[in-house]
Design a protein around this ligand. Structure first.
Ligand SMILES: [Zn+2]
Length: 258
């Protein structure tokens, strides 16, 4: 594998633009990018919908945290059926529609009814004495493209820290196939961070004595752990040892076994 070969398609990389490892709409740490000699333009564009799936999954968190979208645009919630969130003159505003018929959102746009789809958000209103509460029930991690997008971030992070020549190794073919084509079954471990604030961080990968790699990073207020070994030989160990390594947190595995 020569230099200037794309880590995804293993063909000549002709990309001119750098690729943000964490989508800009979620707040990519400064400089956390791969150059165009590492990811070709075709893959950069072709895999963009995976970034979109990750952005969609975290739209609420990014909106609440006020993270600007690409090119400094205001944060927005637009890809949910029954919710619209925009930043207005007076600050952020969110409209929900829990009714079975469409209505009009605060910004005049059409607000679809609640249909119980995966992208719909269920809002529950309760009254506790004089305090009214709204709680949101937002389905998480059920989109396979989201899992591929998270795995893409993990693998890009490996290339960033340990170099593109390593990432071009054929040992990562199953990871590439999963990210590029959705082939095979791979998993993502995640847990809530203890502080619950919005911040993104990345750490150098773990390497086992046998030369297998795993990547951890924090995205919004969640911490992710992705096993990049050929046959996910790490994951069972991580599932049992994670509390020991990272503290007694409630680690979950995606996709959820049904
Ligand atoms: Zn490529």
């Amino acid at each position: 594998m020569s230099a200037d070969t794309c880590i995804w398609c293993l063909e000549h990389a002709d990309g001119m633009d750098e690729e943000h490892i964490i989508p800009e709409a979620l707040g990519c740490p400064p400089g956390f990018v791969l150059p165009g000699t590492v990811v070709c333009r075709k893959c950069n564009n072709g895999l963009a919908d995976l970034d979109g799936a990750v952005i969609d999954e975290f739209d609420f968190r990014a909106f609440m945290a006020g993270v600007p979208r690409k090119k400094g645009r205001s944060p927005v919630i637009r890809s949910r059926g029954n919710v619209v969130g925009t930043v207005e003159k007076d600050g952020p505003a969110i409209s929900f529609n829990m009714d079975p018929v469409p209505t009009t959102a605060h910004d005049g746009s059409r607000l679809a009814p609640y249909r119980g789809s995966k992208r719909d958000v269920r809002a529950k209103f309760t009254k506790d004495g004089n305090i009214a509460r709204i709680s949101f029930d937002i389905p998480f991690g059920q989109n396979r493209k989201f899992l591929r997008g998270i795995t893409k971030i993990a693998f890009s992070s490996l290339a960033y820290f340990l170099g593109a020549p390593l990432a071009r190794s054929l040992a990562f073919s199953p990871v590439r196939r999963f990210v590029r084509h959705g082939a095979g079954d791979r998993h993502v471990l995640f847990t809530s961070s203890s502080d619950n604030t919005y911040s993104n961080s990345v750490w150098p990968p773990y390497v086992s004595p046998s030369g297998d790699y795993a990547v951890t990073f924090r995205l919004t207020s969640l911490e992710f752990l992705i096993d990049l070994s050929e046959e996910e030989s790490f994951i069972a160990m991580f599932q049992t040892k994670a509390p020991e390594f990272f503290g007694e947190k409630n680690w979950c595995t995606l996709p959820v076994e049904t």
